[in-house]
Design a protein around this ligand. Sequence first.
Ligand code: ZN
Length: 217
Amino acid sequence: MASQTEENYLKALYHLSSEQAEVSISALSAVLGISKPTANSMIKNLKDQGLVYYEKYKPLLLTDTGKKASALIVRKHRLTEMFLVEKMGFGWEEVHEIAEQVEHVKVPAFFDRMDELLGYPTEDPHGSPIPDKEGNISKQRYKRLSDCEMGAHVKLAALKQSSKEFLAFLDDRGLNLGADLFVEAVEPFDGSIVVLYNDKRESFSLKVSEKLMIEEV
Ligand SMILES: [Zn+2]
């Protein structure tokens, strides 16, 4: 089982490989704020565990096992941030530091329960994907209602935010997941959108329509 330091290396590699085609030891040591020799010996250690491919002068690569292990740390981090905001009322500026610690908890049931309480989100409220339990990122990324044009016929598939207040707001307007939406008009001035659904006509502000995730029907 990877130590906390190893997990931080894996996570750094995961982020670097999503941004850069080739990840070097220098890039890794810069991100982690450590010396190259330190990074080098840790990489050897991860290589011995089958988590990375590494040969001198070649870029660093995560193996499939390494990819899954690192995606699962990112999953724990993003679920924790989401949970702290949505269920515990923390501000966004406060949650990263807490998640940096919680992501190392090694009790899968703890995160499964968090996932369940949050309604199995596939994105955190920033729109960053939350990897699933296998470490995969859902290919099906929903569009936002705010990206739809006049005449679009779509279905409400997910919410970008599930705060109590937002749910109550939607409830008051009789809007539920799975509802068929027809975009009647989009106001170019402020981006508000007029939508027909369940025999209703409502106008939603941009603030609201950005949080409604839809799929085409
Ligand atoms: Zn964070």
